[in-house]
Write a protein that binds this ligand. Structure first.
Ligand code: AMP
Length: 598
């Protein structure tokens, strides 16, 4: 029978398990019995993987019912939620996605034992009205449109959007109070048109030697500088960080309360992973403006060090949602002063089960703030988040699937047998040029460790990054590749998002990624900052379900498509059709009362 995603009936037992500490509880979910095999995985691999990642114990009841079977998750509430999300993802049809997840540190485990807020029965309007009645008004509009931009005809505006990666802009929701949503600002084409009134910002941009604003910046800056909420459907590599960052600097300076009197940061950026948070911090630190300071806080890093910096007073806090919650709860960080909020890679944050932490933190942030959200995709969960936390947002969509990056990468596909992969990879490594830098992606941590030790035995120094490694080791691995101490980085998908090393020359997909979006992300790690790059992808017969989507990507980017890939796609379609026919045949036999086969 079909697994009904999102239709589990969850029951909660608040009895504490004797074998765990007092914070651990049991949480039972009902999983369709015919999906239990998939949950357990071959020799229990899936369930072990889930337990490792979420620091839970997962127990499948032996006496499974005809339709559903009880699966008990033991762990802290947060760990249970993560496990639940991962189980849902694992069991979703054609969608198996288990990497990456932020391993829960002991510090983080302890943060979630306060009573849950029942968000469904909460009177938001009353709560917010009382809480913010006396707050100082927020100044949001810092934009003086350049006359050349004001005078553009609608045709010229459409043309600018078209030549900038076909930017699409629109209001995505009905205005909550039914009022006129106003007009979408025209895009700009030069840095001067956006920041003409802010020569110090222009000086900082000039130091970076950029030639022109990227598409998300062309359209995002006028929107954000004029104080509007923005949803940027754009991925890493599109210049999205600078798109929200420069207006944030101006926003910080322009508020009525002097900076020294603010009780906490003015800008809060939430990001899904430590790597991305650190990368944003690095980007912020490239720009110096009125001595504005930024700090990055993330689970797994030294909490004490981060706390010291936060309490010193900084204007920009960049945080992973778990650690953010932790600091707010410990009253180390006061977010009531936040007037500019960024939810970076919102889809990823939801994928990783951070929604409760985001929602809790936002309870303490002023509702009249300016809000920016970026997301690579636009699924239902992200829409919901945007609808609850944004005011009449303007959505800017820059091309589908970050193809701008993929266009600068030569993509080669090898359809081979599983056993051939290792030799081909070693052959590649042996023949690398001294200037080459490569990331090799694998689907499993153990494989990464295996290859790393094999190469070490051959006296070849490489680095590796996966969810099982300590944070400091992961940072060291990235640094080693960045400065060229090693030429090879072995990675699981943990490394594919947000990783920004400019001179990666090659990406090798040793294992085909779990979905085509991940393929685009991985491939986009090379060919960055205007350079060209090469990707090499190994595919085996078992990857046939991805063939069709991969062909679309390759054709769109005018890459060579091997004939075998077309054949693979055809075979898969044929197989799918055959299975559908068989299902229909047996269903109609059952419905027509057909008994046995003879
Ligand atoms: P992001 O999408 O924010 O991860 O940015 C990716 C890289 O693009 C970063 O290294 C930025 O410094 C760089 N970048 C941002 N804006 C521009 C621009 N207008 N032109 C060229 N590079 C840029």
């Amino acid at each position: 029978m079909e697994y009904r995603n999102n239709h589990h009936s969850f029951s909660r037992r608040n009895n504490y398990s004797n074998s765990y500490n007092q914070k651990c509880r049991e949480f039972i979910i009902k999983v369709d019995t015919d999906k239990i095999g998939k949950l357990i995985g071959k020799s229990g691999t899936n369930i072990r993987d889930l337990q490792d990642k979420t620091k839970t114990k997962i127990h499948v009841s032996r006496s499974g019912g005809i339709y559903t079977t009880d699966v008990t998750i033991v762990g802290t509430k947060e760990a249970q939620n993560q496990a639940k999300t991962l189980i849902e993802e694992l069991l979703r049809e054609n969608h198996v996605k288990t990497e990456p997840i932020q391993p829960i540190t002991v510090e983080e485990e302890e943060k979630n034992d306060e009573p849950e807020i029942d968000f469904t029965n909460f009177n938001w309007i009353e709560y917010e009205r009382e809480k913010w009645a006396k707050a100082t008004p927020i100044i949001k509009n810092f934009y003086k449109e350049d006359p050349t931009i004001t005078n553009l005809t609608p045709e010229q505006v459409a043309h600018i959007r078209k030549i900038n990666n076909s930017i699409e802009v629109n209001f995505v929701f009905e205005n909550k109070d039914g009022s006129d949503p106003g007009h979408i600002p025209n895009p700009i084409e030069t840095f001067e048109q956006a920041f003409g009134d802010y020569p110090e910002v222009l000086d900082e941009i000039r130091k970076q030697n950029f030639t022109k604003p990227s598409p998300i910046q062309c359209q995002g800056w006028p929107i954000l500088l004029s104080g509007r909420d923005l949803i940027g459907i754009a991925q890493t590599g599109t210049g999205k960080t600078l798109a929200f960052l420069l207006p944030a600097l101006i926003h910080i300076e322009g508020q009525l309360t002097p900076r020294s009197e603010r009780k906490g940061p003015t800008v809060l950026v939430m990001a899904p992973t430590r790597e991305l948070a650190l990368q944003i911090e690095k980007e912020v630190n490239k720009y110096s403006y009125h001595n504005i300071k930024a700090v990055c806080v993330y689970g797994g890093g030294s909490r004490k060090k981060q706390v010291d910096v936060v309490t010193e007073g900084v204007e920009i806090v960049i945080a992973t949602p778990g650690r953010m919650n932790d600091l707010v709860k410990a009253k180390v960080l006061n977010v009531s002063s936040v007037t500019y909020l960024v939810l970076d890679e919102a889809d990823r944050m939801l994928d990783m089960g951070f929604e409760p932490q985001i929602r809790k933190t936002l309870l303490d942030v002023r509702p009249d703030r300016q809000t920016v959200m970026t997301s690579a995709t636009w699924p239902q969960g992200v829409r919901r988040l945007a609808q609850s936390y944004m005011k009449n947002p303007i959505q800017v969509f820059v091309g589908s699937l970050d193809l701008a990056t993929v266009h600068t990468v030569t993509q080669t596909i090898y359809i081979i047998e599983e056993e051939e992969k290792t030799d081909m990879m070693y052959e590649f490594i042996r023949t690398m040029e001294p200037t080459d830098k490569v990331i090799i992606f694998f689907s499993k941590k153990v494989k990464v460790d295996d290859v790393a030790s094999n190469l070490a035995l051959q006296m070849m120094e490489v680095q590796s990054i996966h969810g099982g490694r300590e944070q400091c080791d992961r940072e060291q691995a990235l640094e080693d590749l960045k400065i060229g101490r090693v030429q090879v980085l072995l990675a699981t998908d943990v490394a594919s998002r947000g990783l920004d090393i400019e001179d990666i020359t090659h990406v090798i997909n040793f294992d085909f990624p779990r979905d085509i979006e991940e393929y685009v992300h991985r491939v986009g790690r090379t060919g960055r900052a205007g350079r060209t790059g090469e990707s090499i992808t190994f595919m085996t017969r078992k990857d046939w379900s991805h063939a069709k989507e991969l062909i679309n990507i390759l054709e769109e980017a005018t890459q060579q498509v091997p004939d075998e890939l077309y054949q693979m796609a055809e075979r898969y379609e044929g197989w799918k059709q055959k299975r559908a026919n068989e299902k229909n045949y047996f269903r109609s036999r059952r419905e027509n009362g057909g008994g046995g086969r003879w």
